[in-house]
Design a protein around this ligand. Structure first.
Ligand code: NDP
Length: 513
């Protein structure tokens, strides 16, 4: 975490509360200049081919691997997450994205030849070209301070864009590294710029002229403000917002795997994960053994602190509120008596519907377990509420998993696992409902950072039948042509041609090539 002091952000480790570094902050007024400068760099970058850009991304992947320990050190210094998680949840997704883009972006972004089957268009030679959108503003949160902005910037750069990144004020050192790595990989100087500072700097970025697209990852509250401002400026925006992921444990689930998965998916990154499991819905027959095993194995969980005092206080308040309304604490439920913003991994049961934690994203090391009568109730409860980022189904029956997945309202549904696909660049990422819209990662995330342009070639020798002048038979002729070209099946087309032969002959005579 970091605190602002006279033009610099001083970074504080949330476990030791020691200052571990500082960065100068941008004046909000300076952000417009950064966007304009990024725009100049982008003009040249946008003229490179996807293959040339892939060369930079290949080196980028190598640079990240070469500096993996330095990146992990920086992430750990700012967030105090377990070092293993700096590799699994920050470096794996980043390197996977760079590598996937090297192999896939040139193919996906190549001009795409279109072919027309219909007679009136057959002579056209046409393509879809995927042009860069220009300067992409990336506003990033602190929970995955490397993986999120790095992958989003890599996708943007692969598509021919420049980036102005606003990292969270709580994790500016990692944010600064993201910009450095692109330059170290040979990207043009200033292609990925970093605007350090608090929400005011983020707001200045949203208001800057010359943005082609905004990628916002953060809370629903800020996301709404960002979307409203972007909407007023007609800047397209992708919103990656909060989640309250359910995990559905069906009665034929492998108990051992489901418990191990639940512990990781609820408590990794101290629960500060948009797609973290916050609700475990267990079929009644498995409920008792599941809960017993979950509580028994809770001490194997390794968590760092929450990012800040405010986040810890918020989590504590949600637990106190739930308990005051009748929830039972099966384990944890306290802030331990030690330095740093720690909170015990906590399991709640019997959480009433009117508790705040039943509706709000917790974003901390607290999970609720509940028994459900069967698949239908599990699906109904999983789908309740406005947040719909991810969900997982735990069952030994693949057909059952598929059936349940179809009925779940979520951007992603996993089977016997949770959230891993953030680290698989070809998998789409994003939510539905109040978890946001638009996608990052995958071919959809890449295309979302381009403007498809339709371009064609025409010899100019084929007459165009629908140009002026019209005559009294034109409408009949086009009506007839419509059926002949588009009726389903040869027989009805032939019948339409015969019925309207006079109008069609007239049209053919007039426009014969
Ligand atoms: P915030 O919404 O508080 O902040 C997100 C970013 O927006 C930060 O860089 C923040 O800067 C910046 N910001 C703050 N105010 C403004 C403003 N008025 N205009 C523009 N930008 C602004 O979210 P958190 O950082 O607390 O992140 C946690 C949230 O992110 C959770 O809800 C989590 O679920 C969600 N998230 C979603 C993910 C997804 O993929 N769907 C992934 C990860 C997290 P600063 O920090 O300096 O105030």
């Amino acid at each position: 975490m970091a605190v602002a002091a006279s033009g610099v952000l001083r970074v504080v480790n949330p476990a030791t509360l020691e200052v571990v570094g500082s960065v100068p902050v941008a004046e909000p007024a300076h952000v417009q200049e950064l966007v304009a400068e990024a725009g100049y760099v982008q003009e040249r970058w946008g003229e490179t081919t996807p293959v040339e850009r892939a060369d930079v991304l290949r080196r980028l992947g190598e640079v990240v691997l070469d500096r993996a320990d330095e990146i992990a050190d920086t992430v750990v210094a700012e967030t105090a997450k377990p070092r293993a998680e700096a590799y699994t949840s920050e470096l794996f997704p980043a390197v996977d994205a760079a590598t996937w883009l090297v192999g896939s972006a040139p193919r996906l972004l190549a001009s795409e030849r279109l072919r027309f089957g219909k007679l009136h268009l057959r002579h056209k030679r046409a393509w879809l070209e995927y042009e860069p959108v220009g300067v992409v503003g990336v506003i990033a949160p602190w929970n995955f301070p490397f993986a999120i902005p790095f992958t989003q910037a890599a996708f943007a750069v692969a598509a021919g864009n420049a980036v102005v990144l606003k990292p969270s004020e709580l994790t500016p050192l990692t944010g600064a590294l993201v910009g450095e790595l692109f330059e170290a990989a040979g990207a043009p100087a200033g292609l990925v710029r970093v605007a350090q500072g608090d929400g005011a700097v983020g707001e200045a970025l949203v208001k800057a002229h010359g943005l082609g697209k905004l990628l916002f990852t953060g809370s629903g509250e800020t996301g709404r403000r960002v979307a409203a401002e972007a909407g007023a400026r007609l800047v397209p925006v992708t919103l990656e917002l909060g989640g309250k992921d359910p995990m559905l444990v069906l009665d034929d689930a492998d108990l051992d795997r489901a418990v191990a998965g639940a512990l990781w998916a609820s408590f990794t990154n101290c629960g500060q994960v948009c797609s973290g499991v916050e609700r475990i819905l267990v079929e009644r027959t498995l409920y008792e053994p599941f809960v017993e095993e979950l509580v028994r194995r809770l001490p194997t969980v390794e968590v760092g602190p929450l990012i800040s005092e405010e986040q810890r206080a918020r989590v504590g308040d949600l637990v106190v509120d739930a308990v005051s309304r009748g929830a039972r604490v099966l384990a944890g439920g306290e802030a331990p008596d030690r330095a740093g913003w720690f909170y015990e991994p906590t399991i709640l049961a019997a959480v009433p519907a009117d508790a705040r934690i039943a509706r709000e994203e917790t974003f901390g090391p607290v999970v609720e377990v509940a028994a459900v009568a069967g698949e239908a109730e599990a699906v109904r409860r999983a789908n309740a509420g406005p947040l719909a980022l991810g969900a997982s189904v735990w069952t030994s029956d693949a057909a059952r998993a598929e059936r349940v997945a179809r009925r779940l309202r979520a951007g992603t549904v996993w089977h016997n696992d949770h959230a891993y696909s953030y680290g698989a660049a070809q998998a789409s990422w994003g939510g539905v409902g109040e978890s946001g819209f638009g996608r990052t990662h995958s071919k959809h995330g890449l295309y979302d950072l381009t403007t498809p342009k339709y371009v064609d070639r025409d010899s100019g020798r084929v007459p165009v039948p629908w140009w002026f002048p019209y005559d009294e038979g034109s409408a009949d002729a086009f009506r007839a042509a419509l059926e002949v070209l588009y009726r389903d099946g040869l027989r009805p087309r032939a019948a339409a041609a015969w019925r309207e032969r006079r109008a069609l002959l007239k049209l053919a005579r007039r426009y014969r090539p």
